[in-house]
Design a protein around this ligand. Sequence first.
Ligand SMILES: Cc1cc2nc3c(=O)[nH]c(=O)nc-3n(C[C@H](O)[C@H](O)[C@H](O)COP(=O)(O)OP(=O)(O)OC[C@H]3O[C@@H](n4cnc5c(N)ncnc54)[C@H](O)[C@@H]3O)c2cc1C
Ligand code: SF4
Length: 493
Amino acid sequence: MTRRWLFADQLGPHFTTGRGGVLLVESRAALGRRRYHRQKLHLVLSALRHRAAELGDSAVLLRTDTYGEALAQLGEPVRVHEPTSYAADAFVRERLETGEVEGVDPTPGFSLPKADFARWAAGRRQLRMDDFYRFQRQRLDLLVEGDRPVGGRWSFDEDNRKPPPKGADTLGVPAAYRPRESDIDAEVRDDLDRWTRDEGLETVGEDGPRLFAVTRREALAALERFVTQRLGAFGPHEDAMLRGDWAMAHSLLSVPLNLGLLSPVEVAERAVQALHDGDAALPSVEGFVRQVIGWREYVWHTYWHFGPAYRRRNGLGATAGIPAWFDDLEADRVDAACLSDVLDGVRDRGWVHHIPRLMVLGNWAAQRGYDPDALTEWFQTRFVDGYDWVMPPNVVGMSQHADGGAMATKPYVSGGAYIDRMSDYCGSCRYNPKKRVGDDACPFTAGYWAYLDRNADRLAGNHRMARPLQGRHRLTDLAALVEQERVRGDDPP
Ligand SMILES: Cc1cc2nc3c(=O)[nH]c(=O)nc-3n(C[C@H](O)[C@H](O)[C@H](O)COP(=O)(O)OP(=O)(O)OC[C@H]3O[C@@H](n4cnc5c(N)ncnc54)[C@H](O)[C@@H]3O)c2cc1C
Ligand code: SF4
């Protein structure tokens, strides 16, 4: 009858509560240790307090400075599920020694246990998400007939990279689920205001109405609305960006998924059901399932597989500091229409979808050579769905290619042409995506070539980069462009 300590990202019913009751801890030190987005703190506190209210007398919610104080105050041993960061893992292991933690159970927050991933990875020369995803589809019996994929292909990614519809300001899909705030949200907002005013809590970004689900009931409603009304449009324009449509047809489920309110398998199964119900076509359903039981689980396992030092890998020797305007999300100081709008979204919501993260923010940071570890910290604290486990593979690996290609076979860098094709930003921008040099030269286009020039030796062995690297020799203005970007320095573009 041991009490279960549930961390703030283990709040759904699939995390067992047991008959010994539940411990929830609101650690003041954890909130203030880093400069988090104001709305991230709101979501985590709101989720914890809503869960405590739901559990009623069976839960103890302790508000202490540290986790250690909470365990001491409780005065009885607890059981836990595997935590989601190296720091929390180390803490739990220490407390196993002292007996304050009685045992650690596997996490139901991900579908594949760590030992099974280790078996899958053993003996593979290189880990590839596509192989892992196939393994997951077969293992979970999702969108398969016998040992064949439904529709004859494992991935419809090729069909899912369409630009935004021509001339459209929005994608024109029904709006995403929007939760109604409760008294608990009002109390959280008051507390955060008071801590900021009286206790020196430092946050970043704007406060705003709560946009994401923080209870199981809200999470299920958000899932239902997504699969019945929006999933059909998810696939084709998954990578597109429109200034007037911040959510496009994305699910906005990363917050409830990462708070542990939904299990990934139930989310994927519900999407497959939408295919059977005729609510969405196969390319959209497959594309979404790939995100949830492919990418999300792959990122989780690679976080543990690559080890804690992975976060500090810096294969391209990028050492530039993050300038204050980027750090503080000062979107209004930026002329570049794409970067300004995306920073504005991070400032006002703590969320932008995958492509602005990868091809605007990450692309910019790679081109400017921001230190990957500092950038990982930036993403983790600026995004409402940021957690320790999700960041190193996405930032150090995918976005910055600082891991020598362990996560992705080539760097995700591009010039303005990609952003122009996939968005409506360039038409209203003071820069021209086709120009490399001059007053109206696009900083992404110039930055792309400057990046290739700076990293030519380090990327020389990568056959997927051979053509772009070769291409720079054709530029007669390469030296001028490199000088132009050197002079731009840290200034907002
Ligand atoms: C530089 C960078 C930073 C990122 N930071 C985060 C982060 O802090 N937290 C986070 O959950 N995701 C992160 N992602 C992945 C992805 O961008 C977000 O999960 C997604 O944009 C969340 O919005 P959504 O719920 O509408 O997702 P959808 O587009 O609707 O996708 C469905 C779900 O798939 C999962 N997913 C898809 N791709 C990934 C991935 N690469 N890693 C983990 N989960 C994935 C998410 O749970 C997401 O909710 C990052 C990606 C990049 C390139
Ligand atoms: S022209 Fe360049 S800076 Fe301006 S929106 Fe397009 S890609 Fe961004």
